[in-house]
Design a binder for this molecule. Sequence first.
Ligand SMILES: Cc1cc2nc3c(=O)[nH]c(=O)nc-3n(C[C@H](O)[C@H](O)[C@H](O)COP(=O)(O)OP(=O)(O)OC[C@H]3O[C@@H](n4cnc5c(N)ncnc54)[C@H](O)[C@@H]3O)c2cc1C
Length: 417
Amino acid sequence: MMGRTQKADVAIIGGGPAGLAAASEAKAAGADRVLLLERDARVGGILNQQVHDGFGTKVFNEALTGPEYAAIYEDRCNERDVETWLKSTVINVTKDRVLTVQSDSGLATIEASSMIFAMGCRERTRGAIGTPGTRPAGVFTAGAVQNYMNVRNLAVGRKVVILGSGDIGLIMARRMTLEGAEVICVAEILPQPSGIAGNIVRCLEDFNIPLYLSTTVVEIHGKERVTGVTLAQVGPKMGEVYGTRRFIECDTLLLSVGLIPETELSTEVGIATNPVTTGAVVDDSFRTSVPGIFSCGNVLQVHDVVDFATLEAEKAGRAAAMWATTGELPEPTISITPGEGLRYVLPAAISGVDAVDFTMRSWKEEHHKSVVFRSGGEVLRRLKMPHMEPAGMIRVRVGQGRFKKVLDKNITVEVGE
Ligand SMILES: Cc1cc2nc3c(=O)[nH]c(=O)nc-3n(C[C@H](O)[C@H](O)[C@H](O)COP(=O)(O)OP(=O)(O)OC[C@H]3O[C@@H](n4cnc5c(N)ncnc54)[C@H](O)[C@@H]3O)c2cc1C
C-alpha cells in the first residue's frame, strides 16, 4: 500500500470521531483520493475506551456507547471508499502539505492537495500541574485508567482519590466503583465542578461519592506505591488555606486535570493558534492560517460532546474537499471577537455567506441565560438559553440573514442575563 511519494486529494491526520467524520464527508463532497492516517491499530480514537453510553444524543437522538458511535462512522468511511492507513503516525508536515508517515513498512511521503488536522488531545499529567511529594506507583491519568480497565481488563487500585471533577474524572469515579474499588472522594480546585450537572448526579451523588470543592492535593505519600495523599482547601487566589490539611489513606491517585490539544504538528508548520484553546485559529470553513490546512475536533478545541466534534469535522471535510477540487472557498471578511463573559469564541472569522455554528466557553461559573451577537453597537441576534451549563461548551447557530446587518466587519459575542 505504501510507496515512496504518493498523492492524495485530502489527507486526514487522526482517525478518531473527528477524522472519521471529516474523511467520509470529504469523500461525499467529491474528493477523489481521501487518506485517513491513524497511529493506533484501529480507528475510533478515544471512543474505543469509552464503554459508557451518552454518545450520539444530538446527532442520532439516542445514547450510544463510544465504540457503537465510532462504528457508524467507520462503516460510512468504508462504504465511501476512504483509504485508511492504520499504525501510521504522521511525524512531519510542511506548509506545502507534504506529510511524512511512519509505519511498520517504513517511511512514506504524501503530497496532499488539502490536509485536515484531527489529532485529538492528550491528558495533563502530574508533571504538568506540579503536585509535590514522592514518586510512587499508583498515580494515573483518568484516560490511562479508562484504557487499562475498559480495553485491557486490568484493575489499577482499590482505594482511590480522584483529583479533578471534569467529566472524565466523574465517569471514572463511577466506573471504578462499579468495578469494586472504593472511591473515597473527588477533589476539585475550583469552587464549582468542572463536569456537567448530569454527570455529578449520575456518577457521584448516585454512588454517595463526596465532592470537595476548592480543594486540591498538596502532597503525595508512599515509596513503592501510593499510601495516601494530603488534601487542603484553596482560597480565591488558589493559595493553600492554612490549617486545612488532612491526610487521606489511599493506594491510587487518579488525575483528571484537563486535556491538551495535540498541537506539535500545528506548531511545527507555523499555524496561528488561539492562546485560550491552544488550538488553531480558524474561519467558518475550519481552515487555518496555512492555506489548504484545516483543523477540527479536540485538536481544535476540547469538546464535551462528541456529536459537536462530528458536526464540526463534517464541515471541515466538505471544505477541504472543495479546496482540493477547486482551490476556492468563501473568503472570511467578518472578524469575530469574544466579549463580556466569554473565554473564547470560534470561528475567529466568517464569510457571512452561510449560517454559522458558533462554539464558545464562558469565564464565569454563573448561570448565563443568553448569548448576544453585536455589530457596531447594534444587536444582531440575542438567543435565550435558560439551560446553559456553566461549565459546558455553548453552541449556537446564527442564520445567514443576520450577517447582512453587520456594520463594521466585526461581530462581538457575549453572554449575559
Ligand atoms: C473520558 C471521556 C469521556 C467522554 N464522554 C463523552 C460522552 O459521554 N459523550 C460524548 O458525547 N462525548 C464524550 N467525550 C468527548 C469525546 O470523546 C471527544 O469529543 C471526541 O473523542 C473527540 O474526537 P477527536 O477525533 O477529535 O479526538 P480523539 O478521539 O482523541 O482521536 C484522535 C485520533 O488521532 C490519532 N492521532 C493523533 N496524532 C496522530 C498522528 N500524529 N498521526 C496519526 N494519528 C494521530 C490518535 O491516535 C486518535 O485516534 C468524552 C471524552 C473523554 C476523554
